[in-house]
Ligand binder design. Structure first.
Ligand code: 26Y
Length: 801
């Protein structure tokens, strides 16, 4: 048996088919004749999971043996998507699995597609956390992700009459194969109550409590060399059942305690910018942060007996301010519960904690009212005050404080409690220093560092784009998979006609696949020869999907006026969800759908222009769209997109970017070369100045007939004939305040789009530019990002053999 385990570790494909059949029988309880796709998927998943577990144990053992520092990534969101294909890719089981299912006469691709996405995140921040987990395992850095096991992830989106309709997401209805329940890892988390002073210390006596129960998912890195753990917390009642009530016949009330407790981990907040200010959200934040810290200290105690070693052995990364309560909570654990002096407790906490900022948008910076926080976390309120006082003593010139004007500013708190604070792109980091954290940066000039985001090449090239991956591997070998800068070696191959043709053929085949999928699933006929122009991301005014659709309208009008001008055919593809309460964003969705209906039905323009909004954009849809994209829309108002990570995925897969100088676009353009990037729009500085110009939007409209006509068409009901003023909010906003400067950037966007058209007509030159994007995107691997955090923030090492 030991020999079998060893063999399997070295050659995981051995016996895969037999194992699938064994799992099907003994775990799923089906024979092959009666197995559904679901049954096959569960059987395959178990067969794959078995092959991870031994490595997982081995990784943990190594970490203990070496006394290595551990990294803890605390995040409210982990947007992992499907897990099965990722595990199969990283264990290099893809060929074996394909073969096994061919022999079994089962459609392997369909088995993979049967898995629901784990959508435990909203967008960029959550997806970044997922890429980081995978890179941490690939690098072999001992690490844990800590988050919440939401029963319902991000809502499912459909369209009714062009409008977004939300339905609950139910990924846990089916058996979730990847998690291990850990009833033994259970902590009681309190809320509310009183604080009793006991000498210099205090004792917090909460009135309300829930259990946090752990569920572990192994995350295996490239080639299975290492596996880390994602530990998600689920809430359950301390006293789950009211027997007395039950015996009295009140069955609903009897079950109430359990239902109430479970609401804490019931659902992911679907908002990614407007701070909800809801008690339940604050409860979620404290719930998972407090449980994680208790778990971290328990593990630390099992190995070390001197708490002063904490910063040397533990690094805790706060993914935005959502777990910021970790600062005061860790101080409470060290000071109140372990008896350290307050100042020392703060110093140890600060040495352990670091904080990533993901946004400068004022509405997304978390602030909690003192009233709410004081009621829910009375001890933490006092500790925050003392942290402020201590910081003010250390820095007499400090202007602001975390606790001010009846609110707790979680950004200020996180900054003060962290030894490093990082931005997620070079531009964003500089803007942090100059704006939100200006004061604190002056006091602590070494604290803010930059770690430009990255994406995992395993998911975002190797597995989502097998055609391009095969071509790359054929050209330069497969070392690129965990050393992405190797892609630079493709550049000399650009003089090789065979390679360039192969590149074009891969893109073309990906586009044919996507066209077929759209024809089957969505009844949409598009020409794979056309340029696939893709904007996929959350719907937001600052991301400016409305700029894109305005350009589509203007283009439609211009083609109608002049159908024979030799237009480069285009398919504009949109995808993305709006926060359910974000009325303006939902209007943008409806406008795009209305425009699509009118434009796609126009026989004059339809050979040249199609507009498509695909519903329910998620990680899996991104994996389908990105490999088939020609043009990547990264058109946010400069200064507003902290980094972007979709922009990197597109460039890596050989799409050209049309974009502003915002977030990581700046760094992408520097690397891929300005001649391979369609730049437009104002810079972040120009944006700020432009807003000071009176009637800036009206002036831009008056200066641009195309823009004027496009807005006029919307206003006159060209896309909503039965309800002419349906888009009044949008047209009024754009003609008036236009805070995101859609109008002011329109003319230059139009110019850049026409340059893209011209470039696309020269298909050989286009392919060359596309291939250069791939060859020069190696730096955007999340492996590079994680190495940056390890060296400059965590002081942590790798244990990979
Ligand atoms: C407080 C709550 C309402 C909230 C919840 C989620 C606030 C923000 C978020 C999510 C923010 C987010 O996804 N930010 C994105 O992070 C990416 C990773 O760093 C960046 O690439 C992207 O520019 C940024 O918008």
């Amino acid at each position: 048996n030991n020999r079998n385990i060893m063999l399997r570790a070295q050659m995981p494909h051995i016996g895969l088919r037999e194992d699938i059949l064994r799992q099907l029988a003994y775990v799923v309880g089906k024979d092959p004749e009666h197995a559904t796709l679901y049954d096959w998927r569960i059987a395959l998943s178990h067969a794959v999971r078995e092959r991870i577990v031994d490595r997982w144990f081995a990784s943990t053992r190594r970490t203990y043996e070496e006394g290595a520092k551990r990294v803890y990534y605390l995040s409210m969101e982990f947007l992992i998507g499907r897990l099965l294909e990722d595990a199969i890719t990283n264990l290099r089981l893809d060929e074996a699995a394909e073969l096994a299912f061919r022999e079994l006469g089962i459609d392997y691709a369909a088995v993979l597609l049967d898995e629901p996405d784990a959508a435990l995140g909203n967008g960029g921040l959550g997806r970044l956390a997922a890429c980081f987990l995978e890179s941490l395992s690939t690098i072999g850095c001992p690490a844990y992700g800590y988050g919440i096991r939401y029963e319902h992830g991000l809502f499912r989106q459909s369209f009714e009459d062009g409008r977004q309709v939300e339905a609950p997401e139910t990924w846990l209805l089916q058996h979730h194969v990847w998690e291990f329940e850990r009833p033994e890892a259970m902590f009681q988390i309190g809320f509310g109550g009183e604080v009793r002073e006991a000498g210099a210390r205090a004792v917090w006596e909460p009135t309300e409590a829930v259990f946090a129960e752990a569920y572990d998912t192994p995350i295996v890195g490239w080639q299975g060399r290492w596996a880390n753990t994602l530990r998600l917390w689920s809430a359950r009642a301390v006293d789950p059942f009211d027997l007395e009530r039950f015996n009295l016949g009140d069955y609903v009330a009897a079950a109430a305690p359990e239902a109430l407790a479970r609401t804490i981990s019931r659902v992911l907040y679907p908002d990614d910018t407007t701070e909800p200010g809801k008690e339940l959200r604050l409860k979620q934040e404290f719930f998972f942060t407090a449980a994680s810290l208790r778990d971290i200290l328990r593990r630390f105690d099992s190995e070390y007996d001197d708490i002063r070693k904490l910063p040397a052995k533990v690094a805790i990364q706060l993914n935005d301010t959502h777990p910021a309560i970790a600062g005061p909570e860790l101080v409470r654990l060290l000071h109140d519960e372990r008896g350290l002096e307050f100042d020392e407790a703060v110093a140890l906490a600060r040495g352990t904690l670091s904080y990533t900022n993901h946004t400068l948008l004022p509405e997304a910076l978390e602030k909690w009212s003192e009233g709410l926080m004081g009621r829910l976390l009375p001890r933490h309120m006092t500790l925050i005050e003392r942290i402020d006082a201590l910081h003010a003593r250390e820095n007499p010139t400090r202007k602001a404080a975390a606790r001010a004007n009846g609110q707790v500013n979680m950004g200020e708190l996180s900054f003060v409690m962290a030894h490093k604070v990082n931005g997620v792109s070079a531009l964003h980091t500089e803007l942090m220093k100059a704006t939100v954290f200006e004061d604190l940066h002056q006091l602590h000039p070494d604290r803010i560092v930059n770690q430009t985001n990255g994406v995992t090449p395993r998911r975002w090239l190797l597995s989502c784009n097998p055609r391009l991956s095969a071509l790359v591997t054929e050209a330069i070998g497969e070392d690129w998979v965990d050393d992405l800068e190797q892609l630079a070696r493709l550049e000399p191959r650009l003089s090789d006609a065979g390679f360039v043709e192969g590149f074009a053929a891969a893109k073309r085949a990906n586009k044919v696949d996507l066209s077929n999928w759209m024809a089957q699933g969505h009844d949409l006929l598009v020409d794979p020869e056309a340029m696939f122009d893709v904007q996929i991301k959350r719907i937001h005014e600052y991301k400016r999907q409305h700029l894109n659709i305005l350009e589509a309208i203007a283009l439609w009008q211009e083609i109608r006026a002049n159908p024979d001008a030799g237009w480069a055919p285009r398919v504009k593809i949109f995808g993305g969800k709006a926060a359910p309460g974000y009325v303006f964003a939902k209007k943008i969705i409806r406008l795009i759908n209305d425009v699509a209906r009118v434009v796609n039905a126009d026989p004059v323009t339809s050979p040249h222009l199609k507009v498509v909004f695909l519903p329910n954009y998620n990680v899996s849809l991104a994996e389908r769209l990105i490999p088939a994209a020609d043009l990547s829309e990264q058109i946010s108002t400069a200064g507003k997109e902290a980094s972007g990570t979709g922009n990197m995925k597109f460039a890596l897969n050989g799409a050209l970017t049309i974009g502003t100088l915002d977030g990581a676009n700046v760094e992408i353009r520097e690397r891929v070369g300005e001649e391979n990037f369609f730049l437009f729009g104002m810079t972040a500085d120009e944006v700020v100045n432009r807003r000071d110009i009176a009637n800036h939007a009206a002036k831009a409209i008056a200066a641009d007939t195309r823009l004027e006509l496009a807005l006029k068409a919307i206003r006159e009901g060209a896309f909503s004939p039965k309800e002419r003023d349906r888009y009044r909010d949008i047209t009024d906003n754009l003609a008036g305040p236009d805070y995101f400067l859609v109008c002011s950037d329109f003319a230059d966007y139009w110019r850049a789009q026409r340059e893209a058209d011209a470039a696309y007509r020269d298909s050989a030159a286009w392919t060359r530019k596309a291939a250069l994007n791939t060859a020069r995107s190696g730096w955007f691997s999340s492996d590079r990002t994680i190495r940056g955090y390890m060296g400059e923030i965590w002081n942590a090492g790798s244990l990979n053999p």
